[in-house]
Design a protein around this ligand. Structure first.
Ligand SMILES: [Zn+2]
Length: 84
């Protein structure tokens, strides 16, 4: 892992992606299929939410969990749509 690489926290895919233009990849930790937004910063290492929680729990870890404003907005839009 290079110094410039960030860990991108992704939702696992169970069925359809949340948004039609989501890209898919595999979690670097558990190798499950995950989805992420096409505008996510690069370079990145994909990590599902479940593994990210485990990484963050590890007190020896220097891992920084990254998200972006745009990703948060997309998530908000998704949940708003779901609640309608
Ligand atoms: Zn994982």
């Amino acid at each position: 892992m290079s110094d410039d690489e960030i860990i991108l926290v992704c939702a696992r895919i169970e069925g359809e992606p949340y948004l039609p233009d989501n890209l898919t990849g595999r979690c670097a930790e558990c190798e499950r299929m995950v989805q992420y937004r096409p505008h996510a910063p690069r370079p990145h290492r994909l990590c599902c939410l479940e593994c990210a929680i485990e990484l963050a729990r590890d007190s020896n870890s220097t891992v920084e969990i990254t998200t972006t404003k745009k990703m948060v907005e997309d998530a908000r839009a998704y949940f708003r749509k779901k609640l309608q």
